[in-house]
Design a protein around this ligand. Sequence first.
Ligand code: GN1
Ligand code: MG
Length: 360
Amino acid sequence: MSFRAEDIAKLFALDGEPMIAVPFGCGHINDTYFVETSRARKYILQRVNSDIFNDMDGLMNNIILVTGHIRQKVAEAGGDPLRECLTVVDTKDGQHYVRVDNAFWRCYIYIDNAITMQTAETPELFRAAGRAFGMFQRQLSDFPADKLCEVIPNFHNTPNRFKNFMKAYEADAVGLAKTAREEILFVREHADLCSLLTDQLEAGILPLRVTHNDTKINNVMLSREGDPLAVVDLDTVMPGLSAYDFGDSIRSGATYAAEDEPDVAKVKFETSLFKMYAEGFLGACADAFSKEEVLSLYTGAVLMTFECGMRFLTDYLEGSTYFKIAYPEHNLVRCRTQFELVRQMLQKENELKEILLSYC
Ligand code: GN1
Ligand code: MG
């Protein structure tokens, strides 16, 4: 039996009676609703994808700890914790989420009067997004990482993602490998990129930090004036590398093309946007970074884009069961834009590293 989002909203301790709950946002994983009540405050209600997030207690515990830490930092700096940090709203019986049949639902206070972007609308807004994620990194720099559970094990373990890709390709369960020959070849030809970050982590060259791990540009909220407000979509916050956070933003934001732009000729990597994001991100958090870590941000940009493309392709070859799709080839189209960006970033290696080196 399925429940209306309005009915689920009634289970949470909202200010006022929920009136409407409408689908909201463009996430590929969870179902999100915008809730208005009889009073002024608005809410975000989410049905969490339990096939992907199966430890809901661990996940919500991470979010409560991390938002608690950030809230304190915002308050200390004289900011407004309700606008500069996500706030979890408990259920009427004091739980952080509710299970209805096989679905998990949770609720946040909606941050009103804010901007979110699907792609960088202007270089200045992209710099503000960089600043938001850089500040997030900084706010969590003294958070004890061992308190967080690994919500999705091996999330940015690119060699492991490659293994999963090879399994999907070899099994060819839905017979689609023949429709993705060029893309499969691209992954195989670039397989040696996969271990660049994990090798540096294992060698102790890069430090493990608390990272967001899904720093897609639509996961940041800016004020109407274009200043950083809050980072959202905290489901994947866990120990990771700064290169993951920098890299995934570059993947999704250093181009004016959509992630699913069907015409690859329109996909152009914008060095000027990379530069702006670096300025925002590194300006907010680089003082603790070694030269190796600053340079690893370039590797992160290449690898997060390659990895994401490989994940789209793997999902396509497995019958598109992970990412939400609007049409059958959607994941194939998405992987093409990612690989095009990888190609261009590899060509611009020296230029991009040069930009980063100015922060060392
Ligand atoms: C998913 O949930 P959303 O849409 O912010 C995915 C990310 C991918 C992204 C690609 C938990 O993010 O890892 O980079 O799609 N999240 C998860 O657009 O797998
Ligand atoms: Mg999201």
